[in-house]
Structure formats: C-alpha cells, structure tokens
Design a protein around this ligand. Structure first.
Ligand SMILES: [Ca+2]
Ligand SMILES: [Ca+2]
Length: 306
C-alpha cells in the first residue's frame, strides 16, 4: 500500500524495548541473484485497488485483497472503515474462481483490507485496526482479532506457527498466538514481512530499506544497507536458494537481492504499482497485484540454474 501520506512516526520508537546492539548474527554465504527469470502468463482485471496476493499452501489457490476505494477523495480512503472491500479467489495460474469470493456483509464487514496470509485453513486479513479471519473452504467469517492501538495494519505473514502483522503507523509487528497478541518493535514504517529460516525479514516503506528483525527483541532491527537503491518497498519474499525478492511500487519493478544481502538485480519492470505479491514456490508462480491499475499479473517464475 502506498503510504507517502502517512504521518511518519519518528524512528525513536523503533528500538523501544530492545537492548543495546549485539553481535552481528548474520553469516550467510554469498550468492548471486542470477538464474531467476519470469515470463508473463496472464493478467486478471476488474480488481479494485488490489493490495496483496496470498497463495494457499495446500491447493495453490490465490486470494487477493481489494481495498476498494473511490478514485478521488482524501488519502485516508485507503484505510477507512467504509464497508467497501472484498477478496478475489483464483485457481493456480490465474483462472478466476470468484471476483468477489468474500464480500463485505453487515455482520462481517470488510473495509480496506491489505495483507493476507493463510495458516491452518484460516485466512488472516489486515483491515485497518483488526485482523479479519475467515475459512479458506467456505469464506465464512470467524471471530476477528482486534489489536489495541492499531492504526494501519499492513502485511500479514506466518512462520508456520504464528501469524505476524505489521502496523505502518505505530511501527510495531504484532504476533498473534490464537487471540493473544504480543508486540515486537519494528523498523520505522514497516510494510511487508517474510521469514527466512526462522529469521524475520521486514521492509520499510519510508526508509526504503530491508531489515532483519529479532523476534526475541534482543538486538535492534538490522538494515541490509540498501536504502539508496529503492523508493517504495511493499512486498518481500524469500526464494528457495535464499535470494530475496521485493516489490518497489514507486520504481515499478520487482527486484532480487542476493543471499549476500548486497547484490541487486531487477527481475522485471512492470506498470501500475506492484504491491504485495504472492509466490507459489511449488508450482513456480508469482502473483503481482498492480494496485493503481486494478489488475494482477501472473508470472511463471523459474530458476534456470537448477
Ligand atoms: Ca503492503
Ligand atoms: Ca475500502
């Protein structure tokens, strides 16, 4: 989600609760970014400000969050409780199952949903100040999780055990253990979250930087040092060989960062503002919502070094 309009909270809050910097825990071997290529498969249209695509780990179906907001109006129309939002569902590869698979209902409203993730048969969807939950089988609403003081919940990701959500305004990551919520201090203006061998990786929209975040809160978030290479980071994922992939909404590109955390290469240039993309590693698909074009592009993702 674009967030140039957000009041950026000073970075002083980002390290609260963390102890002094500890030793560098990163010792990954160098790895180049070459080998990964994409090829466009298809495009899904008629979306409405799509922010995130998440792949169901079991069947490979794809869920897309649609913020759905008027074309004109105040900037906060992308983060308001307007009863206007929905989830699109695709088959693996991009065939449409339902444009509005889950719609806003009086008793189960959807407002301005953004990050999605799937854990144990349940979809978790960030929606302003709470996490909407629904069954992946039926779409039926489950009890939502309200997060105290939340303002702009952005991404949702899972390490296979817990769900984590970022709040781009309060500079926190929240860990959801059932209905129990605990906080992890995050970088300034956190957006996308991913996991790499038990490590949490977070991108910051305002800082244009990628961080490793210590989930135990012993060391402060550690930047990769790539802030001058990017302008508007939204999504992040980690590929099978340790290569990172990020979407830069302002630069209109998806980029690869080597496991060395230094080398960078453009994977593909796009149009329309690539937002929080989803990856199906098993089937080799990359699903990229184009938030300002109301569409999603499906790419085949291949590693030619294999
Ligand atoms: Ca996002
Ligand atoms: Ca909306």
């Amino acid at each position: 989600m674009r967030m140039g309009f957000i009041t950026v909270i000073l970075a002083g809050a980002m390290l609260s609760g963390c102890a002094a910097p500890g030793p560098n825990a990163i010792s990954n071997p160098t790895s180049a970014t070459d080998g990964w290529i994409v090829e466009k498969v298809t495009e899904v249209s008629n979306l409405a400000v799509p922010e995130c695509a998440a792949v169901c780990p079991d069947g490979g179906d794809v869920f897309i969050s649609n913020i759905d907001a008027p074309k004109e109006g105040p900037d906060n129309r992308y983060n308001t409780e307007d009863n206007q939002g929905f989830i699109t569902r695709l088959k693996p590869g991009g065939a449409l199952i339902a444009g509005q698979w889950v719609k806003s209902e009086v008793n189960a409203p959807i407002h301005s949903i953004k990050g999605l993730c799937v854990l144990k048969g349940v979809i978790y969807a960030c929606d302003v100040d709470h996490v909407r939950r629904m069954s992946i089988k039926t779409g039926q609403a489950l009890e939502p999780i309200y997060i105290r003081d939340a303002q702009f919940l952005n991404d949702a990701a899972t390490d296979g055990e817990y769900v984590y959500v970022s709040d781009s305004n309060t500079n926190k990551i929240h860990r959801l253990d059932g209905m129990k919520v605990t906080d992890i201090p995050a970088p300034n203006n956190p957006n996308g979250i991913a996991f790499e061998n038990g490590k949490m990786i977070v991108v910051s929209w305002a800082e244009h930087e990628i961080y490793e975040v210590d989930m135990d809160c012993i060391v402060p978030p550690k930047p990769f040092g790539l802030a001058d290479k990017f302008e508007g980071l939204d999504g992040v994922e980690v590929l099978s060989d340790g290569t990172f992939i990020v979407s830069d909404q302002k630069q209109n590109r998806l980029a690869l960062i080597g496991a060395d955390r230094k080398s960078i290469r453009t994977l593909v240039k796009v149009k329309g503002g690539p937002a929080d993309f989803g990856i199906d590693a098993k089937r080799g698909f990359l699903y990229v919502p184009m938030i300002w074009n109301n569409s999603l592009t499906v790419f085949k993702l291949t590693n030619t070094r294999k």
